[in-house]
Design a protein around this ligand. Sequence first.
Ligand code: DGY
Length: 323
Amino acid sequence: MTKPPLLLTRTFPEAVEARAARDYDARLASGDTGWANDSAEIARRAAGAAGILCAAGDRMNAETIAALPEGVKIIATFSVGTDHIDLKAAADRSILIANTPDVLSVATAEIAMLLILMAARRAGESERVLRAGAWSGWTPTQFMGVTLEGKRLGILGMGRIGRALATMARGFGMEIHYRNRSQLPLEQEQGAHFHADDAPFLAACDILSMHIPGGAATRHWLNAERIALLPQGAIVVNTGRGTTVDDAALVAALSSGHIRAAGLDVYDGEPRIFPGYLGLENVALLPHLGSATIETRDAMGFRALDNLDAVLLRGEEPPHRVL
Ligand code: DGY
């Protein structure tokens, strides 16, 4: 049987590429990935392909999708987020879109917890002092942060990642509040306080952790007005999508001290970082590490291949169809 042609837009983990090469006529990116932001180049490389394995950040907008050759049946993204894909343009072309939910929830929640700890305990700032050779020794007042035990953690978006974070935060003795489209069933809520409105939710956040998807509907959700509703000295952490934060407003609040500290893993227009963050000591910055564990990245790749296999090898629905 001839293997269906598959375009990979990136270098993926070895085990994922090996499985792709076993089952597909796979066009591997082989380290050459800059082109995945060029619509014409994606379309040129997709010539003859039946499927595309892409990643968050690849330019799968209306222009790219319109330019794809006829034979493309499915775009499987190596991500849970789909804001890099124009879903309507794909629907217009009857191209299936599938993603990789569930498998990255714990890894991403771990990075949220790490950023909460870094922001609360000033880990980045103090490490920079040490590395600069500027540490003059222990003092009773140096690098004092805040204790997590007894603090209120507000989780914006109580999906799988939010719930995994809640489980971890309970272990630190934190009180969990959440804002979600709907209230969770009791067995998932596990004592967390549901908020149906922004204002009481934000007022209850000693620490706000953001887990909402990107896209037009959530753009700049955390703006100056909502920041003002957070308690004085609150901490903000974002591991969802950078577009959900108004960077200028957050930088102003970090500079004034209304927000004590922030921890960010995602950025609007990444890999570009809003310049205002770079000069601030009270913000911990990570390079979109959410799902970056060996186990998780393999699992994401296999899930993406499961989606492709269903459509291209068996003519079935992809198990994780977005659209
Ligand atoms: C996702 O899956 O959407 C992540 O942002 C990539 O780690």
